[in-house]
Design a protein around this ligand. Sequence first.
Ligand code: AMP
Ligand code: MG
Length: 411
Amino acid sequence: MIGVDEALGRVLEDLPLLEGQMVALPAALNRVVAEEIRSPRNVPPFRNSAMDGFAVRAADLRGASSTEPKRLQITETIGAGSVARGVVAAGETIRIMTGAPVPDGADTVVRVEDTENDGDHVAVRVAPVEGSHIRHPGEDVGAGEIVFERGRRLRPADIGVLASIGVAVVRVVRRPRVAIIATGDELVELGQPLGPGQIVNSNAYTLAAAVEDLGGEALVIGIVPDQPDRLRAAFERGLQADALLSTGGVSVGSFDFVRQILADLGYEESFWKVAQRPGKPISFGRRAGTPVFGLPGNPVSSLVCFYVFVVPVLRSMMGLSEIHLPTQRAKLEVDVKSVGTLTEFIRCVVRASGDERMVRPTGTQSSGVLRSMSLGDGLIIAPPGCELLPAGSEVSVLMLSPTIGTSEPPL
Ligand code: AMP
Ligand code: MG
């Protein structure tokens, strides 16, 4: 049986890179940039005022102070969006608002707060440093500058940067279409009454949500009973997608047909079983280059396998530069026992305590208890070879939720 790191290495081999598509701006949020984006223009496009005040020549104000203010003649007033008719000549000033183009002749802006209005003149009480309060063309982004490299996931500020450089449509990586098949005779669709021995097909919902959360498109094929013909038909459909996830039927039960059916359809299994808990019976392979995961049926097992293996695969296909979920170091609040022979992923709650990050398990670690996944923030990674993680020791936590601890005001 292979270990988690070996399995990770294998799932990441030879993955296809999805092609790009053009998407208009607001919709490009959270999408991954497919080719580097250069700015076609300077931002700001022109020299402008950073303050409401007066455009001046610094030389006119040498020696100005509150006791000996210098008087300048106001020749006009410009707001943002308008351009001065004239220039600032010696002894003159143009009243200017934030964002308005600095008129020719002026080299400095003086803040309103440092002046006193006096009819068509202004008294300036400071001797400004030349160039103060002026924003220069290209100061934010220069024409020709690369603003985003490929592999960048676009955030709200990025969308604003693109708008500011005048780029309305960007090439982003196509969203991966991920087929989801839930196998099991016991499964019932959400909303249907439960008969004896039946349970709701929750995995399809969990995985569809996880795929969408990651920026993929979930194609839920639905419930397929443990019958070879039905499985074959469903997998044939699922294999048309960019990646296929199935749950259940990959263990050693009498009705676990998934691996056999996949093999009949040309699936080349790269591994079956990983030395981990939960999620040991996972099967991974490829059919004509398409990555296929036969995930275990237990709700926690399939979701843990998703976070550990499917996330980096889909992110890599999307061309993202960061493919793994982040890990953080945290201090254990209690002793934690682990199997020792396997890598164990222990559902946990992380909280901030002063400068430290503390972590404790969520309680029962049964792989059927999805609630403990929902209550947790992450997974403590207990490496093979350690049977006891003592209270107070530092552990690595795979973070599933970006927020930890409290949500207090930042200041
Ligand atoms: P299996 O891997 O098929 O042996 O299933 C292991 C356990 O997971 C069994 O208790 C199944 O009932 C449960 N299970 C399988 N598929 C699902 C599903 N889609 N939603 C919720 N539980 C499931
Ligand atoms: Mg089953």
